[in-house]
Design a protein around this ligand. Structure first.
Ligand code: COI
Length: 356
């Protein structure tokens, strides 16, 4: 496919499911909009990009994604501004990260024009699925899977790139109790923790289920070698406010380069806050908690945006954080991001992409 603007054939559904949507009951990721974007890669080129009604895929049981896990994904949110525009937050960052994931997983990369034009066309068509109201949005899930009909172990020669969308409410409806994990790990130096490989999420489910069984919402992952340094929490990047400093683990092989993470750090720096990206030991967190210096802890991610942490469990003891401060950093940055994403305040970093 050339770099010229694509002309994407659109096959519309004959029966929209929108009238059946109950926006007061939006469990995350269970209801999907009417259409999806699909593009296929074969013989070294992308071809057959089209929009079709949302429907099951028909695939060979030998498709390599089902056997060797060449599967990567992205997540972003579309909002409608007060004057009716359809807005996406930093979608090009998702496109670039998808391709970093593709590179690491030996998959075909998705060109910018396919990613962006597929996204724009799909959102223009399904824009009425963007639910109005605070905390609600249309979550957009682009993903790339290997489709070779072959169970020999090798990088696939064929791929499918798909975008689906799902109207969502808040990802978490309460502040989180998290536990420091010291047996299992999420990512390892030299591994794939820094990319959005589906396997990173699959491998986390069993340890997370154990934590849920113990009454926690999520885990705090620690480094695979010594379980000494904190890395991420659940599916989110992790941030702490200690004294007047915002601290988060620095990027590397084991930390996902979160777009919300970057946006929060950028706003904090804009606001003149001290920001440190560095290793943070569990001992440092526990010391800061005991001395009353740990003011806030939260996770950042596209789905959750900012998820406040109320309790950190470590070696059988629960440490409670101070009561949530309505004027604290987490609340302020959450509000600012929401206002930028909805086009309500100035967007000094040009983060917002207007679809239509
Ligand atoms: C996101 O925040 O978009 C994520 O990737 C988390 C997701 C697995 C729900």
């Amino acid at each position: 496919m050339s770099n010229a603007t694509l002309s994407i054939p659109v096959h519309k559904t004959t029966q929209s499911r929108l009238p059946g949507l109950d926006i007061n009951n939006l469990p995350f990721g269970k209801v999907f909009s009417d259409h999806m974007f699909v593009a296929d890669y074969a013989d070294g080129v992308w071809h057959r990009a089209e929009i079709v009604p949302y429907a099951p895929l028909s695939m060979s049981p030998a498709s390599s994604v089902m056997h060797y896990g060449q599967s990567i994904f992205e997540g972003m949110k579309a909002h409608r501004s007060d004057n009716g525009d359809v807005l996406l937050f930093r979608p090009l960052e998702n496109q670039k990260r998808l391709n970093r994931s593709a590179h690491r997983m030996a998959m075909a990369e998705v060109p910018e024009e396919i990613f962006m034009e597929g996204l724009d066309e799909l959102l223009r068509l399904d824009q009425n699925w963007i639910p109005g109201g605070d905390g609600r949005s249309l979550y957009v899930r682009p993903f790339l899977i290997a489709t070779d009909d072959y169970i020999g172990v090798k990088a696939s020669d064929t791929y499918k790139f798909i975008i689906i969308t799902t109207p969502v409410g808040a990802y978490y409806d309460h502040p989180l109790r998290v536990r420091v994990e010291k047996k299992f790990f999420r990512a390892v130096e030299g591994g794939v923790g820094y990319v959005k490989a589906s396997g990173n999420y699959g491998r986390s489910l069993y340890p997370s289920a154990l934590a849920k069984h113990e009454g926690y919402d999520q885990l705090i992952w620690t480094d695979a070698r010594d379980h000494k340094y904190v890395e991420e929490s659940g599916t989110m990047n992790l941030m702490f406010v200690i004294g007047d400093t915002l601290i988060t683990p620095q990027l590397g092989d084991t930390i996902l380069a979160g777009i919300t993470r970057d946006s929060v750090l950028t706003l904090a720096r804009d606001w003149g806050m001290k920001v440190e990206e560095r290793k943070i030991s569990v001992d440092e967190i526990v010391d800061a908690l005991q001395q009353g210096l740990l003011v806030e802890a939260f996770g950042t991610g596209t789905a959750a945006t900012i998820a406040t942490i109320t309790t950190i469990g470590y070696e059988g003891k629960d440490y409670d954080l101070p009561q949530i401060n309505e004027n604290g950093f987490a609340r302020r940055v959450n509000k600012a991001l929401d206002n930028i994403r909805r086009g309500r305040i100035e967007d000094p970093h040009n983060w917002v992409h207007r679809v239509c």
